[in-house]
Design a protein around this ligand. Structure first.
Ligand SMILES: Cc1ncc(COP(=O)(O)OP(=O)(O)O)c(N)n1
Ligand SMILES: Cc1nc(C(=O)O)sc1CCOP(=O)(O)O
Ligand SMILES: [Mg+2]
Length: 222
Protein backbone atom coordinates (compact mmCIF):
# COMPACT_ATOMS: atom_id res chain seq x y z
CA UNK A 1 0.00 0.00 0.00
CA UNK A 2 1.51 3.27 -1.09
CA UNK A 3 2.01 6.02 1.44
CA UNK A 4 1.17 8.51 -1.30
CA UNK A 5 -2.55 9.08 -1.98
CA UNK A 6 -3.68 8.28 -5.52
CA UNK A 7 -5.22 11.06 -7.55
CA UNK A 8 -4.44 14.74 -7.77
CA UNK A 9 -1.25 16.12 -6.21
CA UNK A 10 -0.76 19.86 -5.70
CA UNK A 11 2.71 21.35 -5.99
CA UNK A 12 1.95 24.54 -4.06
CA UNK A 13 4.30 27.02 -5.71
CA UNK A 14 4.35 30.12 -3.52
CA UNK A 15 5.52 32.44 -6.30
CA UNK A 16 2.82 31.25 -8.70
CA UNK A 17 0.14 31.60 -6.01
CA UNK A 18 1.20 35.13 -5.09
CA UNK A 19 1.45 36.18 -8.76
CA UNK A 20 -2.18 35.09 -9.15
CA UNK A 21 -3.22 37.04 -6.04
CA UNK A 22 -3.64 34.05 -3.74
CA UNK A 23 -2.18 33.34 -0.31
CA UNK A 24 -0.46 29.91 -0.57
CA UNK A 25 -2.03 28.60 2.65
CA UNK A 26 -5.52 29.51 1.38
CA UNK A 27 -4.83 27.63 -1.87
CA UNK A 28 -3.66 24.58 0.08
CA UNK A 29 -6.82 24.53 2.19
CA UNK A 30 -9.12 25.02 -0.81
CA UNK A 31 -7.34 22.23 -2.70
CA UNK A 32 -7.52 19.74 0.16
CA UNK A 33 -11.17 20.57 0.85
CA UNK A 34 -11.78 19.83 -2.86
CA UNK A 35 -10.28 16.36 -2.48
CA UNK A 36 -6.59 16.76 -3.28
CA UNK A 37 -4.62 14.33 -1.11
CA UNK A 38 -1.05 15.58 -1.39
CA UNK A 39 0.40 19.09 -1.08
CA UNK A 40 4.07 19.83 -1.75
CA UNK A 41 5.37 23.24 -0.65
CA UNK A 42 7.65 24.73 -3.35
CA UNK A 43 9.16 28.18 -2.80
CA UNK A 44 12.16 28.59 -5.08
CA UNK A 45 12.26 32.37 -4.65
CA UNK A 46 12.27 32.32 -0.84
CA UNK A 47 15.15 32.18 1.59
CA UNK A 48 15.39 29.21 3.88
CA UNK A 49 13.82 31.00 6.87
CA UNK A 50 10.84 32.06 4.79
CA UNK A 51 10.52 28.49 3.51
CA UNK A 52 10.27 27.25 7.09
CA UNK A 53 7.70 29.92 7.95
CA UNK A 54 5.66 29.10 4.84
CA UNK A 55 5.72 25.38 5.57
CA UNK A 56 4.58 25.96 9.15
CA UNK A 57 1.82 28.30 7.94
CA UNK A 58 0.57 25.73 5.41
CA UNK A 59 0.66 22.92 7.99
CA UNK A 60 -1.27 25.05 10.49
CA UNK A 61 -3.84 26.04 7.87
CA UNK A 62 -4.34 22.38 6.95
CA UNK A 63 -4.80 21.36 10.58
CA UNK A 64 -8.60 21.47 10.43
CA UNK A 65 -8.88 20.40 6.78
CA UNK A 66 -9.36 16.78 5.66
CA UNK A 67 -6.19 14.67 6.05
CA UNK A 68 -3.55 15.21 3.39
CA UNK A 69 0.11 14.35 2.94
CA UNK A 70 2.30 17.47 3.30
CA UNK A 71 5.72 17.47 1.65
CA UNK A 72 8.50 20.02 1.14
CA UNK A 73 10.29 20.43 -2.19
CA UNK A 74 14.06 19.88 -2.06
CA UNK A 75 14.83 20.83 1.53
CA UNK A 76 15.07 18.23 4.28
CA UNK A 77 16.32 20.93 6.65
CA UNK A 78 13.15 22.96 6.07
CA UNK A 79 10.96 19.92 6.76
CA UNK A 80 12.87 19.18 9.96
CA UNK A 81 12.80 22.79 11.15
CA UNK A 82 9.05 22.99 10.53
CA UNK A 83 8.58 19.77 12.50
CA UNK A 84 10.65 21.23 15.32
CA UNK A 85 8.15 24.10 15.43
CA UNK A 86 5.31 21.62 15.83
CA UNK A 87 4.17 21.37 12.21
CA UNK A 88 3.05 17.99 10.86
CA UNK A 89 5.24 17.55 7.80
CA UNK A 90 5.20 14.10 6.22
CA UNK A 91 8.30 14.25 4.06
CA UNK A 92 10.10 15.70 1.07
CA UNK A 93 10.35 15.56 -2.70
CA UNK A 94 14.01 15.54 -3.74
CA UNK A 95 15.45 16.24 -7.17
CA UNK A 96 18.61 14.86 -8.72
CA UNK A 97 20.72 17.66 -7.15
CA UNK A 98 19.24 17.42 -3.66
CA UNK A 99 20.03 15.02 -0.83
CA UNK A 100 19.92 11.36 -1.82
CA UNK A 101 16.77 9.43 -0.95
CA UNK A 102 18.52 7.30 1.71
CA UNK A 103 19.96 10.37 3.42
CA UNK A 104 16.59 12.13 3.37
CA UNK A 105 14.94 9.09 4.92
CA UNK A 106 17.67 8.68 7.52
CA UNK A 107 17.13 12.28 8.61
CA UNK A 108 13.31 12.30 8.49
CA UNK A 109 12.69 8.81 9.84
CA UNK A 110 11.41 5.53 8.43
CA UNK A 111 7.79 6.70 8.21
CA UNK A 112 8.58 9.76 6.12
CA UNK A 113 7.23 10.03 2.58
CA UNK A 114 10.16 10.57 0.21
CA UNK A 115 9.61 11.26 -3.48
CA UNK A 116 12.29 11.68 -6.12
CA UNK A 117 12.39 13.05 -9.65
CA UNK A 118 13.47 10.46 -12.21
CA UNK A 119 12.32 11.63 -15.61
CA UNK A 120 13.83 8.79 -17.57
CA UNK A 121 14.44 5.13 -16.78
CA UNK A 122 18.23 5.66 -16.46
CA UNK A 123 17.65 7.92 -13.44
CA UNK A 124 15.61 5.33 -11.58
CA UNK A 125 18.74 3.88 -9.96
CA UNK A 126 18.69 6.94 -7.68
CA UNK A 127 15.08 6.20 -6.71
CA UNK A 128 15.80 3.12 -4.58
CA UNK A 129 14.10 3.49 -1.20
CA UNK A 130 11.78 6.24 -2.39
CA UNK A 131 8.00 6.10 -1.95
CA UNK A 132 7.29 7.43 -5.43
CA UNK A 133 8.86 8.82 -8.57
CA UNK A 134 8.10 12.18 -10.24
CA UNK A 135 7.97 11.60 -13.96
CA UNK A 136 9.68 14.64 -15.44
CA UNK A 137 7.68 16.94 -17.70
CA UNK A 138 4.82 15.42 -19.64
CA UNK A 139 4.76 18.73 -21.57
CA UNK A 140 7.04 21.73 -21.59
CA UNK A 141 5.71 24.22 -19.08
CA UNK A 142 6.22 27.91 -18.31
CA UNK A 143 6.17 27.06 -14.60
CA UNK A 144 9.54 25.31 -14.97
CA UNK A 145 10.98 26.29 -18.34
CA UNK A 146 14.23 24.41 -17.75
CA UNK A 147 12.43 21.05 -17.41
CA UNK A 148 12.59 18.92 -20.52
CA UNK A 149 12.48 17.18 -22.89
CA UNK A 150 8.73 16.61 -22.89
CA UNK A 151 7.87 12.98 -22.19
CA UNK A 152 4.29 12.83 -23.40
CA UNK A 153 2.01 10.10 -22.11
CA UNK A 154 4.26 7.49 -23.76
CA UNK A 155 7.21 8.72 -21.69
CA UNK A 156 5.17 8.42 -18.51
CA UNK A 157 4.33 4.85 -19.53
CA UNK A 158 8.06 4.14 -20.04
CA UNK A 159 8.82 5.30 -16.49
CA UNK A 160 5.86 3.29 -15.13
CA UNK A 161 7.09 0.18 -16.94
CA UNK A 162 10.64 0.62 -15.62
CA UNK A 163 9.80 0.82 -11.90
CA UNK A 164 7.63 -0.82 -9.29
CA UNK A 165 7.27 2.53 -7.52
CA UNK A 166 4.16 4.70 -7.94
CA UNK A 167 4.73 7.33 -10.63
CA UNK A 168 3.49 10.92 -10.34
CA UNK A 169 3.01 12.60 -13.72
CA UNK A 170 3.81 16.33 -13.83
CA UNK A 171 4.36 19.15 -16.30
CA UNK A 172 1.78 21.17 -18.20
CA UNK A 173 -1.12 19.03 -17.01
CA UNK A 174 -4.79 19.99 -16.77
CA UNK A 175 -8.02 18.12 -16.06
CA UNK A 176 -8.17 17.16 -19.75
CA UNK A 177 -5.03 15.04 -19.27
CA UNK A 178 -6.50 12.81 -16.57
CA UNK A 179 -7.59 10.02 -18.97
CA UNK A 180 -4.21 9.80 -20.74
CA UNK A 181 -2.22 10.02 -17.53
CA UNK A 182 -4.36 7.33 -15.89
CA UNK A 183 -4.12 5.14 -18.98
CA UNK A 184 -0.32 5.47 -18.85
CA UNK A 185 -0.41 3.94 -15.37
CA UNK A 186 0.33 7.02 -13.29
CA UNK A 187 -0.52 6.90 -9.60
CA UNK A 188 -1.13 10.64 -9.42
CA UNK A 189 -1.38 13.77 -11.55
CA UNK A 190 0.60 16.74 -10.21
CA UNK A 191 -0.10 20.36 -11.06
CA UNK A 192 1.10 23.82 -10.21
CA UNK A 193 -0.53 26.28 -12.57
CA UNK A 194 -3.83 24.49 -13.03
CA UNK A 195 -4.62 25.24 -9.38
CA UNK A 196 -2.27 28.00 -8.19
CA UNK A 197 -2.93 30.28 -11.19
CA UNK A 198 -6.65 29.62 -11.36
CA UNK A 199 -9.00 32.47 -10.43
CA UNK A 200 -10.81 29.97 -8.18
CA UNK A 201 -8.21 27.46 -6.94
CA UNK A 202 -10.81 25.41 -5.04
CA UNK A 203 -13.04 25.11 -8.09
CA UNK A 204 -10.07 24.19 -10.27
CA UNK A 205 -8.96 21.57 -7.76
CA UNK A 206 -12.48 20.10 -7.66
CA UNK A 207 -12.52 19.87 -11.47
CA UNK A 208 -9.19 18.03 -11.45
CA UNK A 209 -10.37 15.64 -8.74
CA UNK A 210 -13.59 14.93 -10.67
CA UNK A 211 -11.67 14.39 -13.92
CA UNK A 212 -9.32 11.93 -12.20
CA UNK A 213 -12.26 10.04 -10.71
CA UNK A 214 -14.05 9.86 -14.09
CA UNK A 215 -10.85 8.66 -15.78
CA UNK A 216 -10.31 6.02 -13.15
CA UNK A 217 -13.80 4.53 -13.33
CA UNK A 218 -13.31 2.44 -16.53
CA UNK A 219 -10.14 0.83 -15.17
CA UNK A 220 -12.02 -0.22 -12.01
CA UNK A 221 -14.96 -1.80 -13.87
CA UNK A 222 -12.88 -3.68 -16.47
C1 LIG B 1 5.71 15.49 -7.97
C2 LIG B 1 6.93 16.21 -8.40
N1 LIG B 1 7.62 15.73 -9.45
C3 LIG B 1 8.72 16.38 -9.87
C4 LIG B 1 9.16 17.52 -9.23
C5 LIG B 1 10.39 18.23 -9.66
O1 LIG B 1 11.30 18.21 -8.58
P1 LIG B 1 12.79 18.69 -8.76
O2 LIG B 1 13.46 17.83 -9.77
O3 LIG B 1 13.40 18.76 -7.42
O4 LIG B 1 12.63 20.12 -9.37
P2 LIG B 1 12.05 21.38 -8.61
O5 LIG B 1 10.60 21.22 -8.37
O6 LIG B 1 12.77 21.49 -7.32
O7 LIG B 1 12.34 22.51 -9.55
C6 LIG B 1 8.41 17.98 -8.14
N2 LIG B 1 8.80 19.08 -7.46
N3 LIG B 1 7.31 17.31 -7.75
C1 LIG C 1 7.75 21.55 -10.45
C2 LIG C 1 7.84 20.87 -11.76
N1 LIG C 1 8.67 19.81 -11.97
C3 LIG C 1 8.63 19.39 -13.23
C4 LIG C 1 9.45 18.28 -13.74
O1 LIG C 1 9.30 17.92 -14.90
O2 LIG C 1 10.27 17.79 -12.97
S1 LIG C 1 7.54 20.22 -14.19
C5 LIG C 1 7.13 21.22 -12.89
C6 LIG C 1 6.15 22.33 -12.96
C7 LIG C 1 4.75 21.87 -13.24
O3 LIG C 1 3.97 23.00 -13.27
P1 LIG C 1 2.65 23.11 -14.16
O4 LIG C 1 1.68 22.15 -13.61
O5 LIG C 1 2.22 24.55 -13.94
O6 LIG C 1 3.05 22.86 -15.57
MG1 LIG D 1 12.94 19.94 -6.13
Amino acid sequence: MSRLPRGVYLVLDADVCVAAGHAPADVAVAAVRAGIGTVQVRAKGAGVRDQVALTVAVAQALHDAPPAVLLVDDRVDVALAARTRGARVDGVHVGQDDLEVADARALLGPDAVVGVTAGRPALLRAAGGADYVGSGPVRLTATKPEAGPALGAAGVRAVVDATTLPVVAIGGLTADDAPAVRAAGAHALAVVGAVCSAPDPGGAAAALVAAWARAEAPAVTR
